[in-house]
Ligand binder design. Structure first.
Ligand code: KIV
Ligand code: ZN
Length: 390
């Protein structure tokens, strides 16, 4: 049976921390409304203790879109942060407090300068306090992938006993590799199931080595039931795991994963474009799923194959992610088949074989001098040829 993977979108919290990505309250609400259309399960709306503006944005999102989507926001393991989260999300139907505290030696020594036991105790106290406010509390073991495993587990065990309902395992600095990360999740999942099988195991990956999607998928294969992701992979440094990549990998390879999400995939491109519009941050052209070239084909061999049957070079249809249709880019490497298709799409007849050969030669000459041949070039080429011929 297919397992449901919970999708938490943190574009408005981890994504918005990126230089240049700052949004105002109205823009954040507009983006949260689109995330609701996309049918994410949980929106992480911000870090309300960080500023009055962030508090207001989280509150507005909880009020305006928190009827069907769960809303969360981030707190450090201190009462004032937890209060700020509670007060900003309490109007949502299904609010969730998210607490973060490091578990790696580097975080414990350098960031907190306390003993491991003292840091663990801080986490337990924070969870106990959050539970007096709300039933749902997520605990993130920051820098988990660089933590000593037995201390990581000791922390998880203690915060679950204190009432945490979700455990989120972050690869905060994008250090993990898929087989190791998958194995860590498998071991944690096994122990967590024995401790309390109602607790949800989640992962949150960063892309410093370009492995965020691979690590997230490895974690799913090894028992993680929830993923934390962002649209376009927006996030600190090289970014977070990209929502669209994980969702489409699970969809296209459902037989392999036996997992699904609730995401309405036909809203993916629109969500990506809205984020680009609001932040002004472009997506690289060859980005999987949402890049401009994600469904564009330019080599003659590929174009010929696609025109015979789309499945020859397409593993998902552009329509599935909300794009118009596959795009055949005409270049000097395009063959007769693609050129003929472009000419006919513009309404011209191509039945005169001899004339078509002349047109194709003219097209190759033009394409040799240009990067891309556009529809208007083809239109001009055909009309010019026919007018001169008359
Ligand atoms: O990267 C990280 O560790 C985080 C936590 C707050 C989950 O963003
Ligand atoms: Zn993060």
């Amino acid at each position: 049976m297919s397992r449901k993977i919970i999708v938490l979108d943190t574009t408005l919290r981890d994504g918005e921390q990126v230089p240049g990505a700052k949004l105002n309250v109205q823009q954040k609400v507009e983006f949260a409304q689109q995330l609701k259309r996309l049918q994410v399960d949980i929106i992480e709306a911000g870090f309300p203790a960080s500023s009055a503006g962030d508090f207001q944005a989280v509150q507005e999102i909880a009020r305006s879109v928190g009827d069907t989507v769960s809303i969360t926001a981030l707190a450090r393991a201190v009462k004032s942060d937890i209060d700020a989260v509670y007060n900003s999300i309490k109007l949502a139907q299904n609010p969730l407090i998210h607490i973060v505290l490091g578990t790696s030696d580097i975080h414990v020594d350098k960031k907190f300068n306390r003993s491991k036991d003292a840091v663990l105790e801080m986490g337990v106290e924070a969870v106990k306090y959050a539970k007096t406010l709300l039933p749902h509390v997520q605990y993130s073991t920051e820098d988990a992938s660089r933590s000593e495993f037995e201390y990581l587990w000791k922390t998880i065990e203690a915060v679950v006993k204190a009432g945490a309902t979700m455990i989120n395992v972050p690869d905060t600095v994008g250090y993990a590799v898929p087989d190791e990360f998958g194995e860590m999740i498998r071991k944690l999942n096994e122990r967590l199931k024995n401790l309390d099988d109602s607790v949800i195991l989640s992962v949150h990956c960063h892309n410093d080595l370009g492995l965020a999607t691979a690590n997230t998928l490895a974690a799913i294969k090894n028992g993680a039931d929830k993923v934390e992701v962002t649209i376009n992979g927006l996030g600190e440094r090289a970014g977070n795991t990209s929502l669209e990549e994980v969702v489409m990998a699970l969809k296209v390879r459902e037989n392999s994963f036996q997992c699904h999400t609730n995401i309405k995939t036909t809203e993916l491109l629109r969500t990506s474009r809205l984020l680009t519009y609001l932040t002004g941050l472009d997506v690289q052209v060859n980005k999987a799923i949402t890049g401009d070239n994600a469904f564009a084909h330019s080599s003659g061999i590929h174009q010929d194959g696609l025109l015979k049957d789309k499945q020859v070079y397409e593993i998902m249809s552009p329509e599935e992610v909300g794009a118009e249709s596959m795009e055949l880019i005409l270049t000097a490497r395009s063959g007769r088949h693609a050129f003929k298709n472009a000419v006919e799409k513009l309404g011209f007849d191509t039945s005169d074989v001899a004339e078509f050969e002349v047109l194709f030669e003219k097209f190759l000459t033009l394409a040799d001098g240009k990067k891309e041949v556009y529809d208007h070039d083809v239109f001009y080429l055909v009309t010019n040829h026919r007018t001169l011929d008359v």
